[in-house]
Ligand binder design. Structure first.
Ligand SMILES: NC(=O)c1ccc[n+]([C@@H]2O[C@H](COP(=O)([O-])OP(=O)(O)OC[C@H]3O[C@@H](n4cnc5c(N)ncnc54)[C@H](O)[C@@H]3O)[C@@H](O)[C@H]2O)c1
Ligand SMILES: [Zn+2]
Ligand SMILES: [Zn+2]
Length: 363
């Protein structure tokens, strides 16, 4: 039986979001309905409502979520009603050329629900990142649900569904940070702070945080940065070299999405060092580097999508670290808000006042 719930919808480019009644179909083959408990507000939701992703309005926003499985399709065996799950946007297909070569974290054909959620008049909704979790319930593919330890707090572990996982994975998986490495992280928002935490978990002994905002640098320290650099008052490349015996960092992580910052991260690396690009550029941005510097410095330049994570492998592991007190996911939750407060939360995010506002559903 289909159900009607409330959800946050972006109807047209640039217009404030609205709370609407939406219709969730009964789950069919390979599908699951999840009762959402918490969902973080991410920049990507704002990009959707500004028309920056595509034109497939209306969008059902929200994608960093945790909840309880409400109903499963007839063939679903990977999760069952009552499971506590974190939602993900990398439900690997197992069949594409990346999956067949044993690299499922690059899967090129990830799964989403096949049926559409709709408005009351039947208009099909496009769920953000195939999730759409600013809603009391949502319809996803079974592979988008990763069961985790139910003792975890939904507001905190739901954030693994996107930005926090992207930052952790940029350090742990894409950057392959290891014991004794020096790491520099440019940009200390939710993604950058997660990269700082990930570098610490992976054994980095020097973690240098770079930002333009003193408050963000304080947060960076609380996530484990050993040194901070204010990019407005000192040159980050010089400062990072000075902190690493003149050499530069083993791994530099760009978590802003800006060509000038990418260039700083490129030159702040030690020889044979790794540059990880996790900040998302806009289509007009370009990089222009002397080819001799690319060649002459060696090492690796690596873009990182979703931290090269494999949700089924990584979410349970990270939730265990959280429950053991070794990964402070609660610190990313700047505030909890209601479903009707998302528009206001976008403005706080734009003003740089929060790491994450998290919608908490009334239970
Ligand atoms: N690759 C992925 O899979 C993925 C996933 C989620 C988010 N992202 C991207 O990661 C980036 C960061 O996301 P966020 O949520 O942390 O954003 P945010 O806006 O919260 O943080 C960005 C930080 O960068 C700082 N900053 C801005 N200009 C700077 C400069 N010139 N030098 C140093 N610091 C500077 C800001 O003060 C802020 O603290 C965004 O581009 C976002 O789209 C990527
Ligand atoms: Zn695949
Ligand atoms: Zn996101």
């Amino acid at each position: 039986m289909q159900t009607e719930v409330r959800g946050v919808v972006a109807r047209a480019k640039g217009e404030p979001v609205s709370l609407e009644t939406i219709v969730i179909p009964e789950p069919s083959l390979g599908e699951v309905v999840v009762q959402v408990q918490a969902c973080g507000v991410c920049h990507t939701d704002l990009h959707y409502r500004e028309g920056g992703i595509n034109d497939e309005f209306p969008f059902l926003l929200g994608h960093e979520a945790a909840g309880i499985v409400d109903a499963v399709g007839p063939d679903v065996t990977s999760v069952a009603q009552g499971d506590f799950v974190v939602l993900n946007w990398r439900a690997v297909c197992g069949e594409c050329r990346a999956c067949r070569r044993g690299r499922p974290w690059f899967c090129f054909a990830t799964h989403n629900a096949t049926q559409k959620m709709t408005l009351l008049d039947g208009t099909a909704l496009t769920p953000a990142l195939g999730i759409g979790a600013f809603a009391e319930k949502t319809l996803v593919a079974a592979g988008q649900c990763t069961p985790v330890d139910r003792r975890a707090r939904p507001e905190a572990v739901g954030l693994l569904g996107c930005g926090v996982m992207a930052g952790l994975g940029a350090a742990m998986f894409t950057g392959e940070v290891g014991p004794g490495d020096s790491v520099a992280v440019f940009g200390c928002g939710g993604v950058g702070c997660a990269a700082i935490a990930g570098a610490g978990l992976a054994g980095a002994t020097k973690v240098i945080a770079v930002d333009l905002d003193d408050g963000k640098l304080d947060l960076a320290r609380s996530f484990g940065a050993t040194h901070v650099v204010h990019a407005g008052t000192e040159d980050p490349v010089d400062a990072i070299r000075a902190l690493t015996n003149g050499h530069g960092a083993d791994v530099c992580i760009e978590a802003v999405g800006h060509p000038a910052v990418m260039e700083q991260a490129f030159y702040a690396r030690d020889l044979a060092g790794t540059l990880v690009q996790v900040g998302v550029p806009t289509p007009d941005m370009r990089i222009d580097l002397p080819m001799i510097d690319f060649f002459g410095r060696g090492g690796q330049l690596k873009p990182s999508w979703y931290g090269d994570c494999l949700p089924s492998r990584d979410f349970p592991m990270l939730v265990d670290l959280y429950l053991q007190g070794r990964l402070d996911l609660d610190r990313f939750v700047s505030e909890t808000i209601g479903l009707g407060d998302v528009e206001e939360a976008f403005h706080r995010m734009e003003r740089g006042e929060v790491l994450r506002s998290v919608v908490r559903m009334p239970q």
